[in-house]
Design a protein around this ligand. Structure first.
Ligand SMILES: *[C@@H]1O[C@H](CO)[C@@H](O)[C@H](O)[C@H]1NC(C)=O
Ligand SMILES: *[C@@H]1O[C@H](CO)[C@@H](O)[C@H](O)[C@H]1NC(C)=O
Length: 591
């Protein structure tokens, strides 16, 4: 290259213009190449644990699988709930780890806050690229740790995470750019705007039902807003956290950033409590109302703001005009997705009396056909996976029994499912419970299991009343051919989200996610969720700094002139008086 340029210089046939054009071309080529390479995601490898491979059967099968071992209380017993095989014993993090994590994240956040949106997008792009290319492996790890089916993992872990990343890359910068507002007529010479600054280091305490999505979701928003984040996963998914945390850390490192900006913790209640009290700058909890109360109470000592997502008792309301064959597949997915362990799962199916018997008959056939089993080890397909935690089986059976004792009818299930190869694993038979009424226990508590609860209603008003009566208020679905009636009902339902003729659609559409009542408050997802990760700072500036700057009229300067109070009265009239004559009088008297 150099010799070529020298040759050009020596060759008298080339004039200066040619040389300049040549040099400019080279400069542009370099800049363009850099632009292109900047836009490419960074590739990075993260080995997947051997235990995640489908068909893995080398683990010791536990007699009574349980996350806690009284002999070894500082450790978490990680096992596959769909087979009962031991995965590993992992040390539970404690208060000391929390303090250490916060210190590291605080240090790294100082640098991270200086990064541009372009740099943050590059991290997200690289992460998205990894997820798309390694979706099978990510799902295997989730299935092994939670017992869920492969389709549930693909939808609940991969698809929703990819959508969240894509949205944040596309719309996040605009959402966090300064927002200009109209200033007051009184202060017309001021510019009024909001800037979105990082909060600092935030914490997310997340549930076990979607171990990948639940940890990556808060990380996407926190990092994009310029925050550091400490994620505390549930002890139930300590094993998968090891792989998932590595993905995030390696991604950050490969993109040239300090991986300390994201900290991962996994421990029991004491670890969560220590994190809430640690002095982080914001808390997001995905959990139950009971844990929500504890978090709010603990965070009150430091007045740390919380976003609480505490589950729901979502209804599907089936009006008389629906086409049952069309909507039953949506309802089944809403009920049995992730074996019912889904905060926006359809926990109550409200069916109009005119189609009630037909619905029950149609759905009974389908529920009986559902195949229960281990997604990774069973040869034939699986519709409903295992329950993730060991205490759920007895809880569900008790809940069903007490509901039946009050008059509900159990058409199918209501007992654990014993897997022929893995008798110690946690499975529950898909259950169909009909003729349930609003006072029964299962109408008031989130059951979080593979149970279809069917209730009858006569009028739209009655359906709304039933839906409103649980205390929860996360989401609801209304199924009807009458779109206007659907909207009318949506306005009357007491919940943070309503989907007409669908289930979970608002989440995929990047609308804010959250509820009212004991479902909690605050939002994540979408513009509103992203901004909630920020310090919303209101700023005013001079609009014409060279011309007009704020000055206090002499009459109001201290010591205040005896006519000062009169002056303010006239000012109020001049600006706010509705009647023109008095308004003009006010203006005239302003002297
Ligand atoms: C109901 O939906 C099914 C499945 O989509 C369709 O085949 C059928 O024609 C529909 N029935 C009516 C009455 O629209
Ligand atoms: C349901 O709750 C909403 C919101 O609180 C309220 O406006 C509506 O009147 C309630 N409807 C019924 C029937 O309880």
């Amino acid at each position: 290259m150099l010799s070529l340029i020298l040759e050009i210089f020596e060759n008298s046939q080339f004039n200066l213009n040619t040389i300049i054009i040549l040099l400019l071309t080279i400069i542009f080529a370099f800049a363009f190449a850099k632009f292109l390479s900047d836009d490419e995601p960074i590739e990075f490898p993260v080995p997947v644990p051997i235990e995640a491979k489908p068909g893995w059967i080398n683990g010791k099968v536990l007699d009574k699988p349980n996350i806690k071992d009284p002999q070894n209380s500082g450790y978490i017993v990680c096992y596959d709930p769909a087979t009962g095989q031991l995965l590993s014993n992992i040390r539970a993090h404690t208060e000391q780890d929390v303090i250490e994590a916060l210190k590291k994240a605080r240090k790294a956040q100082k640098e991270w806050a200086k990064t541009t949106f372009k740099e943050r997008k590059k991290v997200l792009k690289s992460l998205l690229n990894f997820i798309v290319k390694n979706q099978e492996e990510i799902c295997w790890v989730s299935c092994r740790d939670t017992g869920k089916s492969l389709v549930d993992a693909k939808m609940g872990e991969i698809l929703v995470t990819c959508e969240r990343i894509k949205w944040t890359m596309k719309k996040g910068e605009k959402a966090l750019s300064p927002q200009y507002h109209e200033s007051s007529m009184l202060l017309f010479y001021k510019i009024a705007k909001i800037e979105f600054e990082p909060l600092g280091v935030v914490a997310a305490l997340v549930s076990w039902n979607y171990p990948f999505h639940n940890i990556i979701g808060p990380i996407i928003s926190a990092l994009f807003a310029g925050n550091g984040i400490i994620v505390k996963a549930s002890e139930q998914v300590a094993w998968s956290l090891q792989y998932y945390s590595k993905i995030v850390k390696v991604c950050l490192k490969s993109c040239g950033h300090d991986p300390d900006i994201v900290q991962f913790l996994c421990g029991f209640a004491d670890c969560g409590e220590a994190l809430v009290k640690s002095g982080v700058d914001g808390i997001t909890l995905i959990g139950s109302p009971q844990v929500g109360k504890q978090v709010m109470s603990s965070s009150s000592t430091t007045l740390t703001p919380c976003t609480l997502e505490l589950g729901g008792k979502d209804c599907a309301i089936l009006r008389q005009d629906v086409n049952l064959s069309k909507i039953i597949p949506i309802v089944l997915r809403g009920v049995f997705q992730n074996a019912g362990q889904n905060c926006i799962g359809l926990e109550r199916i409200l069916v109009h009396e005119s189609i009630y018997d037909k619905f029950v008959k149609m759905v009974e056939l389908r529920v009986k056909e559902l195949r229960v089993g281990c997604a990774l080890n069973d040869e034939e397909g699986v519709d409903v996976g295992a329950l993730t935690t060991s205490d759920q089986i007895d809880r569900l059976s008790t809940l069903i029994k007490s509901t039946v004792s009050q008059g509900a009818k159990l058409l199918y299930g209501g007992y654990p499912f014993i897997h022929p190869l893995y008798p110690t694993a946690h499975y529950y038979t898909p259950t169909l419970l009909i003729d349930v009424t609003p006072e029964m226990p299962i109408s008031q508590t989130e059951h979080f299991g593979p149970i279809m609860v069917v209730m009858k209603f006569r009028t739209d008003d009655e359906a709304i009343e039933i839906a409103n009566s649980s205390g929860y208020g996360l989401g609801n679905s209304v199924f009807t051919k009458d779109q206007r009636r659907g909207e009318w009902m949506a306005r009357r339902l007491r919940s943070g989200m309503v989907n007409i003729n669908d289930f979970g659609a608002s989440y995929i559409c990047n609308l804010p996610f959250g509820g009212v009542g004991i479902s909690g408050f605050g939002r994540f997802g979408g513009i509103e969720g992203l901004r909630q990760q920020c310090l919303m700072k209101s700023i005013t500036l001079d609009r014409f700094p060279w011309l007009l700057q704020t000055s206090i009229p002499k009459m109001l300067d201290y010591p205040i002139h005896f006519r000062g109070s009169m002056f303010v009265s006239n000012l109020v009239k001049a600006v706010y008086e509705n009647r023109l004559l008095y308004k003009v009088k006010g203006i005239i008297k302003l002297d």
